[in-house]
Ligand binder design. Structure first.
Ligand SMILES: *[C@@H]1O[C@H](CO)[C@@H](O)[C@H](O)[C@H]1NC(C)=O
Ligand SMILES: *[C@@H]1O[C@H](CO)[C@@H](O)[C@H](O)[C@H]1NC(C)=O
Ligand SMILES: *[C@@H]1O[C@H](CO)[C@@H](O)[C@H](O)[C@H]1NC(C)=O
Ligand SMILES: *[C@@H]1O[C@H](CO)[C@@H](O)[C@H](O)[C@H]1NC(C)=O
Length: 967
């Protein structure tokens, strides 16, 4: 059987030939030595094979016997890490393995499996939340496609494939149990990742270390952040926020870390461990009065509240620094059977050193390294290069001083945002220091379809072959690549844009720039398991629009719905809605100017994207059974509607500025309906639900108190993030925003409604927009959204004792008068304001004529079209959602009179098993059939309230944890 994908097929052969001709590297420097040590210290081959077999068994149990795995040496790979895919010698014997996959480690073996599944079986692997895997295209056992007789050998162009960002542990992994971790480690191995961060549970180690220095438990309670904020307490950005950590947390996380490290070891990965960066508890200062401990400045706390801001930093030149650094590394390695040599630490990440003297910086760097080395003499320092692009403090002399403070090869920099702002180009290859080319791609786990596929497909290759590259150091004398370092993925949050990660992970094995055009065609086929021309066309559009962002902006999601502008609408200059997209942090630095707000990011033609959506919907009949398709359909519709909402918001503001209360009412109503629609839409896929995030947090709690605390952490991180006062929102408000069903309905929607209420009030009563009152209400809304009674960080005192008693937020803002009256003394700089208004209106009018036209002709038409289509087209979409924290709510929207058999949903065994319930539309088109896993019998339901728009909407509630269904 030949390969169904000849293009890629021959590409692989070309690589193989090219690579085999290359000579092996000569281990002369630290990195080569490190690689040697890594090879030596790896788990025995049999352990790695067993671990790889385990991964295959979880991924594809039906085909476990079709593959055989083998660990081979680098010599068998031409001196580098590689995988080799061969037809199994006994493949002709019935029941014998058909494909033999060899690799230098378990990771290469599994990367080989993935490669084979992709390019011989046309399948696809993504995170469960992004639609999961598409493995239906794999032929049955006995029919696995053969590779060419000589086999296929694919080498790594660079030895390391790095994974994670220091904050991914909080944005994505905060609440994971071992089951979820195991899946992720499987994912890592299949994607060829061999250098992952392993940061879990380090607080338990810190506690042991600081207790050795006589810091008490209660003093440590003040030091560690809460479970959802550990990434930032580790970096010294904050302390105590969301804490204290209960004893059970330390135990649980430490035992989790042991499992994580063991599994990584078994697969042949090299986990990257944390190291001491000088961040110490306040109490250490009184314990060691003569130590050089400074208090850092405020990091995004509204009023520099000392309860959680301004942490303490021990100077790296102090002897105590080395003592603690050593103790930490020793304690970490204590009881871990693997010897590790790579440590990540970022002393200066978002914390600037006190003096910019290069000599001082150099001594700091040297001291940090010494601390690390005294705990582990072979230590290599891995550093996120984020500070160099983000903090203007780091000019070339400072940067050079830090990079050169450590022997070359002992420090490896992560070029963290290389797909957009590659530092290797502007810093003369990090002044000769080795670096890893990383794709950052995502901020704070925000949900947005976005990517720069061309840069991903070519960037790592260009960096590697560039002159004097330190991503792969070229030896001019021997004309060989002598030192190779790595590529990586450093996203802040995962489980989004699977296409980007599918391509980027492949770059760890691609030697030449990938032809994205060909790649994307194949991608759409692999992702859904069908080759459908309409869908291919749709992906082509997406490639040229959404996935070709070349404006160099940070893709922080600042869409109006999820990052509602917090400014006075009178002064909003519509045309110039701020170009602050290239700032790292929203608003923090913009506070002086209250009239600016961050413009939502838009880098493509929305009408093109609506066309792609149209093509998606047209393919619905064929692909509706595909979970990957359903995820993409929901995501793409969400994307289109989100950008439409941004336009709608501008229309509202225009109308406000023109004093047109009718238009304000009309359009704000539309906006709120849109938010409702989107909440419903998002409830159609498991990947877009708030419930699992909250529920997974509560699952880790050991008692009711912890449950409250963890839920508070989970809710706060994705909304207000950090502290607020009665009248000021958190400076990090909405930084971690999410398009999740539940949040739109219960948080973003009501917030927008409050704003619109103030708009209308202002026009009705002829007074200016009551900015303070709005902020007050907004913050109060947040407090109520938290809906917690006793977990108290001082925030509760701000909340009114409003009993929410089951009423939604919308009820409260709608029927109650504004509960607080704040005197409107917002009158400073009046003349300045007036002038701005004048300019603003002028510009507004100019934009209005074209803008309104655009909205009407473009997006609005498109939007109407989406609405019509999604009700007309026979999409057997099951709208389900688990939107609230204590109940599972089902939405079944009748989109299809064509469904006559309930087997459609019943066939989804895993769904029924997982949620204990499934539903389908009855064949009369009016009733609903529902079944539970208890007896698997369908019961007929009819929605009495069905009505006005011909769309049956039905809601079933079922308490999530009861065995007694309420219906
Ligand atoms: C901690 O306290 C013990 C008992 O008071 C004392 O002997 C020891 O020296 C102290 N250690 C440090 C590092 O201060
Ligand atoms: C590469 O290094 C050589 C020797 O140091 C230098 O002359 C040359 O300008 C460098 N090239 C680039 C592109 O930096
Ligand atoms: C991406 O955008 C750039 C800049 O507009 C353009 O030159 C390039 O051709 C585009 N690439 C694709 C694949 O559309
Ligand atoms: C809020 O409720 C608490 C407990 O029920 C009560 O002690 C307190 O006085 C109330 N505060 C206000 C402002 O009503």
């Amino acid at each position: 059987m030949g390969s169904p994908f000849p293009a890629i097929f021959s590409l692989v052969i070309v690589f193989s030939v090219f690579l085999l001709a290359q000579s092996s590297t000569i281990g002369v420097d630290y990195i080569s030595r490190l690689l040697e040590i890594q090879d030596r210290e790896r788990a025995p081959p049999s352990v790695q094979v067993t671990a790889a077999v385990g991964v295959l068994g979880r991924l594809l149990p039906s085909h476990s016997s079709g593959f055989e795995f083998l660990i081979v040496s680098k010599e068998q790979c031409g001196g580098e890490s590689c995988f080799i895919i061969r037809n199994h010698p006994s493949a002709t014997t019935p029941g014998a393995p058909e494909i033999l996959i060899a690799g230098v480690t378990g990771v290469e073996v599994l990367a080989g499996v993935h490669w084979y599944l992709k390019y011989w079986c046309g399948s696809h692997i993504s995170w469960e939340k992004t639609g999961g895997v598409q493995l239906h295209s794999i032929p049955k056992l006995g029919f696995l496609p053969r590779v060419q007789d000589s086999g296929v050998l694919v080498q790594r162009p660079v030895p390391w494939n790095y994974y994670q960002n220091a904050v991914t542990s909080s944005y994505s992994f905060a609440w994971w149990d071992w089951r979820r971790w195991e899946k992720e480690i499987d994912w890592m191995a299949l994607h060829g990742i061999n250098l992952p961060l392993a940061f879990t549970g380090q607080e338990a180690i810190w506690r042991k270390v600081f207790q050795k220095f006589n810091i008490s438990s209660s003093e440590l309670d003040d030091f560690f952040g809460g479970p959802a904020f550990l990434a930032w307490s580790r970096m010294g950005n904050l302390h105590r926020w969301g804490g204290p950590l209960p004893q059970s947390w330390f135990d649980q996380q430490l035992s989790l870390q042991k499992k994580i490290l063991s599994r990584m070891y078994e697969l042949g990965m090299t986990p990257v461990l944390p190291a001491f960066s000088g961040n110490v508890p306040a109490a250490l200062k009184s314990m060691f009065p003569s130590a050089k401990i400074t208090r850092l400045g405020n990091w995004f706390s509204v009023k520099s509240d000392l309860r959680w801001s301004c942490t303490y930093l021990l100077d790296a030149t102090d002897p105590l620094f080395i003592e603690i650094g050593k103790a930490f590394i020793e304690k970490q390695l204590d009881g871990i059977f693997i010897r590790q040599y790579i440590y990540l630490f970022d002393t200066f990440d978002e914390n600037t050193p006190p003096i910019d003297d290069p000599d001082y910086i150099s001594s700091l760097g040297a001291a940090i390294f010494k601390g690390m080395q005294s705990g582990d003499s072979d230590a290599v320092w891995l550093m996120q290069g984020w500070l160099f692009s983000y903090d203007p403090f780091w000019r070339p002399p400072q940067m050079k001083a830090l990079l050169h403070s450590v022997p070359v090869g002992k420090l490896v920099v992560l070029d963290l945002f290389a797909e957009v702002k590659p530092l290797w180009i502007t810093s003369e290859q990090f002044y000769g220091v080795p670096y890893i080319w990383c794709m950052l791609h995502n901020f704070a786990g925000n949900i947005e379809m976005y990517g720069v596929l061309d840069a991903v497909a070519s960037g790592p290759v260009e960096a590697r072959i560039s002159e004097n590259s330190t991503m792969a150091i070229f030896n001019h004398i021997f004309c060989i690549l002598q030192l190779k370092v790595g590529v990586g993925m450093s996203m802040e949050g995962i489980e989004q844009n699977p296409v980007v990660y599918d391509l980027m992970s492949e770059m760890a094995f691609q030697h030449k720039t990938v032809d994205v055009q060909a790649w994307i065609d194949l991608y759409s086929t692999r992702r859904y398991g069908h080759s459908i021309p309409l869908i291919r066309d749709a992906w082509n559009i997406l490639y040229h629009t959404i996935y070709n962002c070349t404006d160099g902006a940070y893709d922080k999601n600042r869409d109006v719905i999820v990052a509602f502008p917090d400014i006075d609408p009178s002064f909003m200059v519509l045309e110039e809605m701020c170009h602050h997209q290239d700032k790292l942090v929203p608003k923090g630095e913009l506070l002086e100017n209250e009239y600016l707000y961050e413009k939502p990011h838009l880098w493509y033609s929305t009408s093109d994207v609506i066309r792609a959506l149209e093509l998606f919907i047209m393919s619905g009949d064929k692909l509706s059974g595909s979970n990957t398709y359903r995820y993409d359909l929901v995501d793409l519709t969400r994307q289109a509607l989100a950008k439409y909402a941004n336009q709608l918001f501008l229309t509202i503001i225009e109308a406000y500025q023109l004093n047109d209360i009718h238009e304000v009412s009309y359009h704000s109503q539309k906006f709120l309906e849109l938010v409702e629609d989107m909440d419903m839409l998002l409830a159609c896929h498991e990947g877009f639900l708030l419930g699992p995030w909250l529920e997974s947090a509560k699952q880790l709690a050991r008692d009711a108190e912890q449950e409250k605390q963890f839920e508070w952490n989970a809710r706060t991180q994705i909304t207000m993030w950090f502290d607020n006062t009665e009248e000021e929102a958190s400076l990090l408000r909405d930084y971690g925003n999410k398009y999740w069903s539940g949040l739109l309905q219960d948080y973003y929607g009501p917030r927008a409604a409050i704003y619109f209420k103030f708009l209308k009030e202002s026009l009705q009563n002829g007074h200016s927009f009551r900015l303070k009152n709005w902020r007050h209400s907004q913050n109060r809304q947040f407090s109520l959204y938290l809906e917690l009674n006793s977990f108290d960080l001082g925030l509760r005192s701000m909340a009114n004792n409003g009993s929410s008693g089951g009423a939604t937020w919308a009820d409260q803002w709608d029927y109650n008068p504004d509960p607080v009256s704040v005197p409107d003394n917002n009158k400073k700089n009046t003349s300045n304001y007036k002038q701005k208004v004048g300019e603003g209106l002028g510009k507004t009018k100019a934009v209005a004529s074209t803008g309104v036209k655009k909205v009407k002709e473009g997006t609005a038409v498109g939007f109407q079209w989406i609405k019509d289509k999604t009700t007309d087209v026979r999409l057997p979409l099951l709208f389900y959602g688990y939107r609230d924290h204590d109940s599972l709510i089902w939405y079944i929207v009748l989109h299809s009179s064509g469904i006559t058999s309930p087997s459609l949903f019943l066939s989804d065994q895993s769904f029924l098993e997982k949620y204990g319930v499934a539903a389908a539309i009855a064949s009369d088109g009016k009733g609903l059939l529902a079944a539970t896993s208890d007896d698997r019998r369908w019961r007929y339901w009819k929605d009495e309230e069905d009505g006005n728009d011909g769309k049956m909407k039905m809601e079933m509630r079922r308490l999530f944890f009861t065995t007694d269904p309420v219906y």
